[in-house]
Write a protein that binds this ligand. Structure first.
Ligand code: GLU
Length: 375
């Protein structure tokens, strides 16, 4: 496991020490809360916390530095030890997988997380669930990747924060507490990878970040979130119906790299050079963030028609998603006949992940269409 990998230059305030976090938390109701007596602790569920950095581990120069701070300034162990109230709900085991702002999460980080979570569930029968602390910017992508590749039914919960750990009214501590409670909850089992922030539980497949700074940033457009984490209990009201986790066919055994899939965004008077360059570059797949119901202009279509003329082995698979932020993209003959795949309700960045994993197994368009119907 890597530790302490930071991606933001240390020009402003230098490394923020754990004592700064303790100071920031001093006076907070959660700081110094008594843990349960030792004998009770042994009966608590075990929850693993795998830390990757992000704003939840962010440190700023002062408590009012809400937009300027260093993501991944604290370790997972520091976040956990600053929150003794966790001890009322679970026995925590912490590991550091990365320590970066989430724009810099890599495929290697995804593989490390999926491999480690698999090993935890295989080797630790006491593990009730796993929490992954993560920056919010790409949290939904990591969540969906794990939703498709962790083949266990015990809960995996991703959590982040909108305000750094050193901020006034930092949201990270309560989010982390709620994520641990969700991961320890028997009701969370079998519901796929979950995202818990702002007291709400969302499904990895459907959730997306919708706001730069607001605390209620994680939303599931149209379909709604699955439940709440409130003071009394973790309360679920619905569950995902698409294939995930234990029911997934995607197997990372032997996978060390992924097929290349990129996203092309549509708008008025698009420059087809972008799509042509991707094809020329030999990408394995392209996701179109099309307008409306996954519709592209004549110009983009002309570039894409060239794909249909390429030899099958050199032909990228094209998935139609859309830029609206919600709703379905359905099969349409004008696109289907060019061999394109309808992305259903997956947003472009999620459609990219499913296509990457699909391409680790097959290049058959009908098989890939089946996967987009099932996952
Ligand atoms: N919320 C961000 C994240 O996803 C912070 C990005 C940064 O400042 O590096 O980690």
């Amino acid at each position: 496991m890597r530790a302490g990998r930071n991606d933001v230059p240390r020009r402003r305030s230098g490394r923020v020490k754990a004592t700064a976090l303790a100071a920031a938390l001093a006076g907070h109701a959660l700081a110094g809360a008594p843990a349960l007596a030792q004998d009770a602790a042994s009966t608590l569920p075990v929850v693993w916390v795998l830390a990757t950095g992000g704003t939840i581990a962010g440190g700023g120069a002062s408590s009012t530095s809400l937009t300027e701070y260093r993501a991944g300034a604290f370790t997972g162990a520091e976040l956990v030890s600053a929150l003794p109230a966790l001890g009322r709900h679970a026995t925590i085991r912490v590991e550091q997988v990365a320590n970066v702002g989430s724009p810099n999460i890599t495929f290697d980080d995804w593989l490390a997380l999926a491999t480690r979570i698999d090993a935890i569930f295989r080797d630790d029968p006491d593990a009730a669930g796993v929490v992954v602390t993560h920056g919010t910017n790409t949290l939904e992508e990591t969540a969906y990747f794990l939703n498709l590749t962790v083949r266990h039914d015990r809960p995996v919960v991703l959590v982040g924060a909108q305000r750094p750990a050193t901020a006034i009214s930092a949201d990270g501590p309560l989010n982390l507490l709620n994520a641990v409670r969700a991961a320890a909850s028997p009701e969370a089992r079998g519901k796929g990878v979950l995202v818990v922030l702002n007291d709400e539980i969302n499904a990895a497949r459907d959730v997306t970040k919708t706001s730069t700074y607001r605390l209620e940033t994680f939303r599931t457009p149209d379909l709604g979130f699955l439940g709440y984490v409130d003071g009394d209990r973790v309360a679920f009201y619905r569950e995902p119906t698409r294939r995930h986790t234990a029911d997934s066919e995607f197997d990372l055994t032997g996978v060390t790299a992924f097929p290349r899939v990129d996203i092309a965004y549509s708008y008025v008077e698009p420059n087809p050079v972008l799509i042509e360059a991707l094809i020329e570059d030999g990408v394995d797949g392209i996701v179109l963030a099309g307008t409306g119901a996954g519709i592209v202009s004549r110009r983009e279509r002309a570039a894409l028609e060239r794909v249909a003329g390429l030899p099958v082995d050199a032909r990228p698979i094209i998935v139609r998603s859309n830029r609206t932020g919600s709703g379905r993209v359905v099969p349409l003959p004008a696109y289907d006949q060019l061999g394109m795949v309808a992305g259903d309700t997956l947003n472009p960045q999620k459609a990219r992940i499913l296509l990457m994993l699909a391409l680790t197994k097959t290049r058959d368009v009908d098989e890939i269409r089946r996967m987009f119907r099932e996952y």
